[in-house]
Design a binder for this molecule. Sequence first.
Ligand code: BGP
Length: 462
Amino acid sequence: MTAKYKFPEGFWWGSAASATQMEGAAREDGKGLNIWDYWYEKEPNRFFDGVGPEIASNFYHKYKEDIKLMKEIGHNSFRFSISWARLIPGGIGQVNEKAVKFYNDVIDELLENNIEPFINLFHFDMPLELQEKGGWESREVVNAYVEYAKVCFELFGHKVKRWLTFNEPIVPVEGGYLYDFHYPNVVDFNRAVQVAYNTMIASAKAIEAFRSLSIKDAKIGIVLNLTPSYPRSSNPADLKAANIADLFFNRSFLDPAVKGEYPKELVEIIKREGLMPVVEEKDKSLLSSNTIDFLGVNYYQPRRVKAKACMPNPEAPLMPDNFFDNYEMPGRKMNVYRGWEIYEKGIYDIAINLRENYGNIESYISENGMGVQNEERFIENGRIEDDYRINFIRDHLIWLHKSIEEGCNVKGYHMWTFIDNWSWSNAYKNRYGFIQLDLKTQKRIIKKSGYWIREVSKNNGF
Ligand code: BGP
């Protein structure tokens, strides 16, 4: 078949997942607890249907079967994260040999199946003991993370060539320190800024440690969720609001990661509002000399913004949203289950922005996907006929393809996610996988989209 949309040779086709969301075995083989295990124990009501992370999709026990399925649906690459609390229970000190064996086995199994492993070091899962020491607010925790990163590079660096320091580092800031959807459920802009800042310091320090090891042919990057900010109109007030949202939610991580410095405009706002974090003398040079080699972009939805309509309550906690209002554009296309707008062109706009303003840094789509509730209703002859997911992927890929034709340096497309998995406080509400997971039996069944992506991968296009 000659594909109409042909992708560059060696394009990465695959998916992403994270330790807490797929491994299960949350209390097995010496794994320490992380904030998810703990929060669930404390407040199970905060999780959809009261389901916690203890079993997840059971990758810990089923990785062989799962990797076989990845192969079957055409994966040539796969991103997963290491559970810090599994590798180093408590977050500091002794390495857990059973965890080392597990991650080695997973990496070997992937390599034997010609699936390139991408390893992410942190996907929202702070070891509990370190959260109790202050989490990302604490420099001690930053240093512990760097030690953990070094352990990973030393253990697995000879086999793994693509490393990521963080997945969506802004999400623990939003969830844990502003909007109450992650533990420790703090609402405090000041502390949120410190957490955001320290995370970037941790990332830069891990990159520094990585480079000092000179691992042959290996690259290190970060995964950011980029949400292009579209103003309601060209009215200057709307443009200003969209720019502030962009500074807060995109450039706060994108600029230090790629350019090694924070945008001046953002620093001015943070100073004006009295939100400056505690910084150390060497931070500036640390950030500027340890920028990423490549960028993972998670793209789910755009952010539409308008000028603030009302004065915020002066007694309510200060929030990023004091500077703009979210805008519900009439006629927008929605994924109603997740409550996220679907806007395929956003993926193109991100790539063009990286080309124009970020030196066309090597990038790939590290997550994109569509969570749908009650997918069983689409079962025909034993298989989920998820044509909506196929359309979703295809329409995004068409825009991604266009960006590549226009010179954007995009190297791959990973879906969220390989198999239906546990989605934080949404637990199993929305299903994202190419592969259906029967929660009762743990049986895995490839959905129609899985067969579709296999063909796309085989033809390197469609
Ligand atoms: C991203 C995260 C993933 C994943 C996905 C889907 O933000 O990196 O961990 O969960 O979003 O979102 P959700 O699970 O909230 O529906």
